[in-house]
Design a protein around this ligand. Structure first.
Ligand SMILES: [Zn+2]
Length: 323
């Protein structure tokens, strides 16, 4: 694998992610999301530095590090029997959705491998379906398998990095990640999201800080509708203090871009430049606390006009802080 700095930006993606067909109606989680990212990155300032890698399908045993057998059977049976959604029309599926969701979960596993082989490199999983709302036994909010949790478990088990933190800057709270980690001392979850009183899925209250052995390992940072760069930048010292106390071995980033001001999915007003600043901050955290062990996994982001430029700004923010 290339060790030269200039090519040290790895994107894990696959054309077959487009085969997860969400029905072609009003559904916002569509294949074009990944296409607009590829289009933008191929023309932009990072184009020469990108090294593309394909994912591999997550194994059943790897999916079971978070999900139940019951959910795996139900998901597979539902798609093979021709259902068009599971539990709620948000969770649209087609015949190939189970297979593609295992590949989406597997992109994080390849990402972890790359981050271990090249610590300090920029690794982005450009994947769908997204994952952070998925619960152990059910789909939720366009999500079927919890890609970030499965990557975190792999990091712990395959590479013996016990202390993994997920930082989630999607506009929505990652309820599934909180479910996975809230009772454990060894994992942590930090989420910036629109306040649960105003936003899907209605979880992510600041008072929720973890349970039992996991007390203090959850940091929910809800923002009022209309919040933008000023409010987010003010949270950075809190996040740093939290990580200083937690001392992670590895960082997984739930990188959602639906807080952009033009994205209809939230009332937050993030700008392209804020995503760049978040990228700077995330790389700084990885250098300070995890010796550069960092993987970012795409979650939401539904404004097709802005998604590509937001992802590019975030990645540029990571790249420019590399030592
Ligand atoms: Zn979201």
């Amino acid at each position: 694998m290339e060790m030269e700095n200039k090519t040290d930006l790895t994107i894990i993606t696959d054309p077959s992610f487009s085969r997860h067909d969400t029905g072609g109606g009003e559904h916002p989680e569509i294949p074009e999301r990944l296409q607009v990212i590829t289009d933008r990155l191929s023309k932009g300032s990072l184009a020469d530095q990108i090294h593309y890698l394909p994912p591999r399908a997550a194994l059943r045993s790897q999916l079971l590090t978070f999900h139940t057998e019951g959910w795996l059977f139900r998901f597979e049976e539902s798609v093979l029997s021709g259902r068009t959604y599971i539990d709620h029309p948000d969770n649209q599926v087609c015949y190939d959705s189970y297979e593609i969701a295992t590949l989406s979960a597997g992109s994080g596993l390849v990402g972890v491998d790359v981050a271990e082989q090249q610590p300090g490199s920029v690794v982005f999983c450009q994947t769908r379906p997204p994952g952070h709302h998925a619960e152990p036994n059910m789909p939720f909010g366009f999500c079927f398998f919890n890609n970030c949790v499965i990557a975190a478990r792999y990091w712990q088990q395959q590479y013996h990095r016990p202390r993994v933190c997920v930082f989630d800057f999607d506009a929505h709270h990652g309820n599934g990640i909180q479910t996975a980690f809230e009772e454990e001392a060894g994992t942590a979850y930090i989420s910036i999201h629109e306040h649960p009183s105003f936003s899907y899925p209605g979880t992510g209250w600041a008072e929720d800080r973890g349970l039992g052995a996991g007390k203090g390992t959850i940091l929910n940072l809800p923002l009022a509708p209309g919040a933008g760069a000023d409010q987010v930048l003010r949270l950075f010292p809190k996040i740093k203090n939290f990580l200083e106390a937690f001392q992670p071995d590895a960082l997984v980033i739930a990188a959602g871009f639906d807080a952009h001001r033009l994205d209809d999915m939230s009332g937050l007003l993030f700008t392209v430049d804020l995503y760049r600043q978040i990228g700077n901050f995330v790389m700084e955290l990885a250098q300070e606390y995890t010796e550069g062990r960092l993987v970012s996994i795409l979650e939401g982001g539904y404004c097709l006009e802005k998604l590509g430029i937001c992802v590019e700004a975030y990645l540029a923010g990571l790249v420019e802080m590399k030592k």
